[in-house]
Design a protein around this ligand. Structure first.
Ligand code: DX5
Ligand code: ZN
Length: 223
């Protein structure tokens, strides 16, 4: 694994106060967030509806850190391109939501952005077989997508270990992100399995002091 790979904490704004999103983004960045995780839901691929490219565009000036867009949408291509143009830095999508995964990756990278694939708890990593040399990010879901505040699904740990091995075999700088049910009391276990980037929604935005919880997560990662 890349020796200087720094851990990254990516608060998911799905759990933020939607009435004050700009302020929430600024505050969580001040509190130490490395990325802002944008959970995009279309009420088709997942049974929930969140926000579109316009919100990303509106928040772009408020975020001096990368915006990490997680598309839980189907179809993918048009929205992937729209989020790239709305200011996203990374766009990841579920391979089962695109009939042409390689083309969707190309659409994102043609916009000069980083592209990732997202794997649901029951989805195997097979979709990586012929594109792992093209992805910039692998996102492992440790909850079933659609809602914040769910419990971590332990079987994700085995998949994280397997993804870490696949990534290390490529020698490429691919980020391994985990999303769902990440808390201060399990982040170390997830890092030990091989993750380097951690999405946390309710664990952070559900707390009064963002700096305290992000600091506690960092101490667990440094332990
Ligand atoms: C679920 C989303 C997750 C979720 C994480 O579909 O992709 O990012 O918001 O929220 P917590 O950290 O509360 O599980
Ligand atoms: Zn997400």
């Amino acid at each position: 694994m890349n020796p200087d790979r720094r851990y990254r904490i990516a608060p998911s704004i799905l759990s933020a106060d939607f009435a004050r999103l700009g302020e929430e983004v600024r505050q969580v960045i001040e509190a130490g967030a490395d990325w802002i995780h944008f959970d995009v839901m279309d009420n088709h691929y997942v049974p929930n509806l969140s926000f579109g490219p316009m919100v990303c565009k509106a928040l772009r000036p408020h975020s001096r850190v990368p915006i990490d867009v997680h598309l839980m949408v189907q179809p993918v291509d048009a929205l992937a391109q729209a989020f790239c143009r709305a200011g996203a830095d990374l766009v990841s999508f579920h391979p089962d939501a695109s009939p042409h995964v390689d083309r969707t990756l190309q659409i994102i990278q043609a916009e000069g952005k980083q592209a990732g694939l997202v794997f649901n708890p029951a989805t195997s990593l097979d979709a990586l077989d012929y594109v792992i040399d093209k992805v910039d990010l692998v996102l492992i879901m440790s909850v079933n997508p659609g809602f914040g505040g769910q419990s971590f699904i332990d079987s994700a740990l085995r998949k994280i270990e397997r993804a870490r091995k696949l990534i290390d075999q490529t020698g490429r700088d691919i980020r391994l992100e985990v999303d769902g049910g990440i808390k201060t009391d399990n982040i170390r276990r997830v890092a030990d399995a091989g993750a380097d980037t951690f999405v946390a929604g309710s664990a952070i935005f559900g707390q009064p002091d963002y700096q305290a919880v992000i600091g506690a997560m960092r101490r667990e990662l440094a332990a």
